[in-house]
Design a protein. Structure first.
Length: 287
């Protein structure tokens, strides 16, 4: 083994002409003592004995409190190397899309000699399933809406079967994961808003479906009702009496709705917009 006793040094650039004399002195110093180490190894899937190497996996070193320190990517042979690790105790783990994060392995760097640690990935079958996600906002303010109930129904032989329910959070976000392949519909509901349905959502596997939705507020948009009872002079309910609803605008009455009392003498007008009204009633004999 041939190690440097004094490390290489270099002079400044100098120029020589004909018949010049150059006096170049150099001071050599001992090499810096390395106090950093290296970890290297291979990432496999399944097992070290029968698994195949995993290129493109991310390998990360953590400090003992879980803080990320350094990372790299495995090469085509599934190998990795992370250098310049100060002496100390760490953990190391690997991950790649479609797999769980591997078990963290203790790593001790106590010398400049490389430490070899091979890592094993486990397949994550949940990755092959589907995800429905998105943001729910208000149609007037465009602000996110929290606590919206999001219901996911699977369509089976024309019937809707509830498979999952979640609620949106403060920023309007929601997520439903681990969904099997199939055709689905979504329902978004919250008091004060019109319910919205999204139909024919086809999920085939590993689909990430953005179901962001806008809800329309019903506050101030649900119109009024007018109801009552028609009686005769003896206080007896009058059935099948004509009841007219007249809107008054600029002193003029306009008939806007007509109904007839039921057998209990009661009537009701729904979806009546803002304004001034009168109700008129009478009972006629059919000729």
């Amino acid at each position: 083994m041939n190690d440097d006793t004094l490390k290489l040094n270099v002079s400044s650039t100098f120029t020589l002409a004909d018949n010049n004399e150059a006096n170049i002195n150099l001071n050599l110093t001992p090499p810096t003592v390395t106090t950093e180490g290296t970890v290297t190894g291979t990432v496999y899937d399944t097992t070290l004995l029968t698994g195949t190497v995993v290129p493109g996996a991310t390998v990360k070193v953590f400090t003992t409190d879980g803080t990320p320190y350094a990372h790299t990517i495995t090469d085509m042979d599934g190998r990795y190397t992370i250098s310049d690790l100060p002496m100390g105790i760490y953990t190391i783990a690997a991950v790649k899309d479609g797999n769980y994060l591997s078990k963290e392995i203790p790593l001790t760097i106590s010398s400049t000699l490389p430490v070899t640690i091979n890592l094993i990935l486990t397949n994550n079958e949940s990755i092959t399933k589907n995800i429905v996600y998105g943001i729910v906002d208000d149609n007037l303010t465009n602000s996110p809406i929290d606590n919206v109930t999001v219901s996911l129904y699977k369509i089976v032989d024309g019937e809707k079967i509830l498979v999952s329910t979640t609620t949106s959070i403060a920023d309007g976000e929601f997520t439903i994961d681990k969904i099997e392949a199939g055709t689905y519909s979504l329902s978004f509901s919250k008091t004060g808003y019109q319910t919205v349905e999204v139909n024919n959502v086809v999920l085939t596997g590993s689909t990430k479906f953005d179901a962001s939705t806008t809800l329309t507020s019903t506050i101030g948009t649900i119109n009024s009702t007018v109801s009552g009872m028609i009686k005769n002079e003896l206080g007896i309910a009058v059935a099948n009496a004509y009841v007219g609803l007249y809107k008054i605008e600029d002193g003029k009455e306009t008939l806007v709705a007509v109904t007839y009392t039921n057998i209990d003498g009661k009537y009701m007008f729904g979806n009546v917009v803002e304004g001034n009204y009168v109700v008129k009633s009478k009972l006629s004999t059919t000729l």
